[in-house]
Design a protein around this ligand. Sequence first.
Ligand code: ZN
Ligand code: ZN
Length: 150
Amino acid sequence: MSILFDWFMNFEAADWLGIALQIVLVYFFVLWAALVIWVARDVVARTKNIAFHVVAILLIIFLNFFGLLIYLILRPQKTLAESYYESLEQKVLGEEEEHCPSCQHDLPLSFHYCPRCGTEARTPCKKCKKLVSKDWQACAHCGAKQGTKA
Ligand SMILES: [Zn+2]
Ligand SMILES: [Zn+2]
């Protein structure tokens, strides 16, 4: 116990400074490594561009916080998963929601006339006679090309 006490008492101020400096260095190194890992994961989630990955990681390695700042400004706004779900959402909405060309009322694909205003929203296919929306280039049921006017 007394040995430990002696050791403690004999410590010079310079030694404490050295230890504090080491702790600070280790702290910054860990922070730096964490930043590099975070950016590497973030950039891979946002773009498939390998050149962008490399530039982003080099920015952090060499410029640290300034690099992070530059990266945050330049990085793509959305992650790949976000853009994927957004495009999926648009696709689903586009497929399921058609609207009456004159009053914009929702129009299920089986309707021929708009139930609200009576506009003829779809015409029968020239070949199979099933209903085809007026902006379709080809019949969705038999594939027959639909001219602008029959
Ligand atoms: Zn209508
Ligand atoms: Zn058809």
